[in-house]
Design a protein around this ligand. Structure first.
Ligand code: ADP
Ligand code: MG
Length: 202
């Protein structure tokens, strides 16, 4: 760990697998949304409860655009990373699928090894891969995604994959390896009540 540790480093000294990893949550989603007892908040609590259990759940969060999927997973990142609810703070990483592949592809043009970049996504206690539908479906992307998810699966670390696709479409695009690990450990969480972008909700 560098001497000038950024203030955003999670307070988990002494745990060798915890390294400084940028939190990654975009500006728009950094402030958690209201507390409450509506279906959206209950779903968020359900996801939050899956993190840090040592079960290594791989969860597919799906639903149409504007339903609050990104806000929900970013809130969960915020909660677990800051140890809210009296739980031990753990490292999280949020990324879109596109940024993830761009990052790994960058290894070809730099001194960083592809494996080191993959480790960046394999080590956080919670990894969120948002916009999983926004990818090129190339062999390279399929291989990288499967490798990251599998490394997390064997290490019992939670992975949230977020998509606008239907489960049928996602099953095809994610491939059998990720799909079988997901159905075994976490399963599907649908986020689909109101379209908040269309002025729904409160
Ligand atoms: N539970 C909620 N209540 C009110 N507004 C919300 C809620 N969830 C999300 N939003 C807002 O609605 C917009 C769309 O949410 P977003 O998470 O981007 O949806 P999705 O990822 O499903 O497309 C964002 O501006 C977000 O802050
Ligand atoms: Mg989104």
């Amino acid at each position: 760990m560098p001497a000038s540790t950024p203030s955003t480093t999670p307070p988990s000294p002494g745990r060798s697998e915890v390294v400084y990893i940028p939190f990654g949550v975009p500006e728009r989603f950094r402030v958690p949304i209201h507390e409450g007892d509506d279906p959206w908040c209950r779903k968020r609590a359900e996801l939050w409860g899956m993190v840090g259990t040592g079960k290594g759940a791989i969860v597919l969060i799906h639903g149409p655009r504007g339903r609050g999927k990104t806000q929900m997973v970013c809130d969960v990142c915020h909660f677990v990373r800051n140890g809210l609810g009296g739980r031990k703070p753990v490292n999280t990483r949020y990324t879109t699928a596109m940024d993830l592949f761009r990052d790994i592809r960058g290894a070809f043009n730099s001194d960083t090894r592809e494996l080191d970049l993959i480790q960046r996504y394999a080590t956080p206690a919670l990894l969120v891969i948002d916009e999983a539908h926004e990818r090129g479906q190339t062999d390279f992307e399929g291989r990288v995604l499967t490798e990251i998810v599998d490394k997390r699966y064997i290490a019992m670390r939670e992975t949230f994959i977020v998509t606008n696709e239907t489960p049928e479409q996602a099953q095809k695009s994610l491939g059998p390896s990720i799909w079988s690990r997901m159905t075994q450990t976490g399963g599907l969480v649908e986020v689909n009540w109101v379209n908040y972008r269309a002025g729904g909700g409160k």
